[in-house]
Design a protein around this ligand. Structure first.
Ligand code: FES
Length: 139
């Protein structure tokens, strides 16, 4: 590791909490569900990164949640934490997970310029639940 990279890693470790780094390095619920009831991919227009959330819902409860994506440490950690927060939640509870709750779970000082990264998975979740609640037509 050259000096510049070493400094960047040091800096990253000071800014990002152990919780965030752990979820980034060992993301929970990463992968795809065999047959999700709903899925949605959100793109960060600022960088082009994507996070896709997939849910299995039974009796209005989120019984499985997975994510896949190509994102920075913040967005991947946020997606990992979010999938843990919503597991076994009623879809109404899942829908009301607040930005503040997710941000505080990251236990890091997320700068305004990186807020979109942290909230990308939450936007994907909200879209999933919105789609799921839409009346389905029998085609
Ligand atoms: Fe792209 Fe964070 S830099 S989602």
């Amino acid at each position: 590791m050259d000096n510049e990279n070493e400094h960047a890693t040091d800096r990253q470790q000071r800014i990002y909490s152990e919780v965030l780094l752990d979820h980034f390095r060992n993301p929970r619920n990463y992968g795809s569900l065999p047959s999700p009831d709903v899925a949605y991919e959100e793109v960060n227009p600022l960088c082009g990164d994507r996070i896709r959330i997939e849910l299995e819902i039974s009796d209005n409860r989120i019984v499985a949640a997975r994510f896949v994506g190509d994102g920075c440490a913040i967005s991947v950690a946020a997606a990992s934490i979010l999938t843990e927060l919503i597991l076994d939640a009623d879809i109404e509870q899942g829908a009301v997970i607040s930005s503040e709750k997710l941000l505080s779970s990251l236990k890091s000082d997320i700068k305004p310029s990186r807020m979109k990264c942290a909230l990308l998975p939450l936007e994907a979740l909200r879209s999933c639940l919105k789609i799921f609640k839409q009346p389905r037509t029998n085609a």
